[in-house]
Design a protein around this ligand. Sequence first.
Ligand code: PLP
Ligand code: COI
Length: 364
Amino acid sequence: MSKTEPLKFVHHPHPSPLPADQRAALLKNPGFGRVFTDHMVTIRYHEKRGWHDARIEPRAPIPMDPAAAVLHYAQEVFEGLKAYRTADGGATLFRPDENARRFQQSAERLAMPSLPVPLFLESIDRLVSLDRAWIPDGDGSLYLRPFMFANEVFLGVKPSSDYLYVVIASSVGAYFKTDAPAVSVWVSEEFTRAAPGGTGAAKCGGNYAASLLAQAEAIRHGCDQVVFLDAVERRWVEELGGMNVFFVLDDGTMVTPPLGGTILPGITRASLLTLAKDKAIKVREEPYSIDQWRADAASGRLREAFACGTAAVVTPIGTVRSKDGEFKIGNGGPGTRTEELKAALVDIQRGRAADKHGWIHKVF
Ligand code: PLP
Ligand code: COI
């Protein structure tokens, strides 16, 4: 296969997909990231052959050599996006082209090859189309996890010559297990997530590995998520372990930390910025410090704060805890602005509101 010929997917449908009654039982309360569909996509890359050997086949363990580069040097990137079931029984994706582009940017930062956008989109479409019965009803969705890793059998430290791109799908409900109306967050003062010049803006597994100790500390302090501060001054709020953050002030304006290379450029974040603009809500992308957060919560200037991301959707933040104590935000539950923006986003994602920005991609 030359690098320019379009790649043809070979289909190997599962000989014995999970029976419908067993699938239905799993979809009743799937949680997040534990229930997987029948199939997966794989595409290989070699520096001499380019992208080749595209398959859709039964989901199964991947044989790997113990010297595969990813296991040693963590050369890996991934994405996260959701497929939704529409009222007419169809399936849609939300801005998958943005995930495709971010996947390319993440790959570039990790010295990995660029997967063409049409190939990314086709891989997702094919998997959703084949496994559409796994999209839960109601508030659930099918979480797609495309990822790519270094597969060269070599212990030298260099960009791999071989890669494997894989897409798996997981039927999911809410990301947070809590029944509380808002989540609590722990401010990590000891550990940072990303430094200038590092990989903070890339969606690579290493960023999450580096966040785990801080996230474990958050859990130990009874919090749902960790909040990271900037690595230079240890002052500016950056983002949560797996989501971006917005603040709603008493004059109706909002603030969100700017993209400066150390936080993930969230597609939910970008979409909320557009939706806020549609509603003539002013949002400033500017640094917001932990001291300001504390002071604004105490004075009442801060009305609401929320986390946002594909997994978390829009989740209100009710409590902020740190070594210095804790403070509460607003009434401890979802504020009206948080609810309004969440509804605007979710209604578009679920096909209940007009898609005037062209964000919805139909899967056939
Ligand atoms: N920040 C981090 C660290 C994330 O893992 C995510 C989730 O993907 C986000 C932000 C939100 O990004 P998106 O809205 O594209 O899902
Ligand atoms: C996502 O929202 O897609 C993420 O990657 C976040 C992760 C914590 C599940």
